[in-house]
Design a protein around this ligand. Structure first.
Ligand code: FMN
Length: 209
């Protein structure tokens, strides 16, 4: 698929066909793309936890969801046959940037105007989202990046043996789009910003200021 087509087609998919398993090895191939994403200082402090077994995904949804009836978001997302947790280690970046070629010897989060552990997890996540679209010429495979509620992160760590120093940055769900699946979420209620509102050239302030 042309890259421009991948970009055009990509959108978050939140409702999957429960009867269509993923192609063999797809989640690993997606993670391999994530591993090729750039990392600051080549730190490689982003790691991935694949949940491709029903029991593991059930445990994930149990520890991240409330007790009441599942809402439509959760009903849809629970049908995803694959989940990839994106994890990031701040320590890995602090260690890396304290090395001689970087020389940030104080090993502190203070100088990080944009903490690269989160930037890099976003880079990997984006690569995976595009790779999921690219994986299926029929355009049936889709993915969604979503966050884990802050008060559930500790339980996710405990359940899946994730060390305390790892940030659970988010999760990518992957699967075949359900029949009748339509665009959902914020783009249904919010308009895409016009290009001129977000793109500046030469000086951030536009002439109207
Ligand atoms: C950092 C980040 C966090 C997001 N968190 C969630 C989330 O928790 N749940 C969800 O359904 N979508 C989540 N999204 C998806 C956005 O709502 C979605 O990307 C946006 O509305 C644009 O829609 P599109 O990606 O389908 O074009 C998140 C996206 C990003 C980049």
């Amino acid at each position: 698929m042309e890259f421009s087509e991948v970009v055009r087609r990509r959108r978050m998919v939140r409702d999957y066909d429960p009867d269509r398993p993923l192609p063999d090895g797809l989640l690993d191939r997606l993670v391999d793309v994530g591993l090729r994403a750039p990392t600051a200082g080549f730190t490689q402090g982003v790691s991935f936890l694949i949940l491709d077994r029903d029991a593991d995904r059930d445990r994930f949804w149990t520890v991240t969801s409330g007790d009441g009836e599942p809402d439509s978001w959760l009903r849809g997302m629970r049908t995803a046959p694959g989940l990839i947790l994106l994890l990031a280690s701040a320590d890995a970046y602090l260690d890396r940037y304290a090395l001689a070629d970087k020389g940030w010897t104080e090993r502190s989060v203070e100088p990080w105007t944009a903490p690269y552990w989160f930037v890099d997890a976003g880079m990997a996540g984006m690569a995976i989202l595009y790779a999921a679209v690219d994986a299926d010429p029929q355009g049936r495979i889709g993915a969604c990046f979503f966050g884990v509620p802050a008060d559930r992160v500790e339980r996710v760590r405990e359940t899946f043996g994730i060390p305390a120093e790892q940030y659970v940055v988010g999760v990518v769900s992957v699967g075949h789009r359900a029949a009748g699946e339509r665009q959902s979420g914020s783009p249904r209620s919010r308009r895409r910003q016009p290009r001129e509102a977000l793109v500046h050239r030469g000086n951030w302030r536009t002439p109207k200021d």
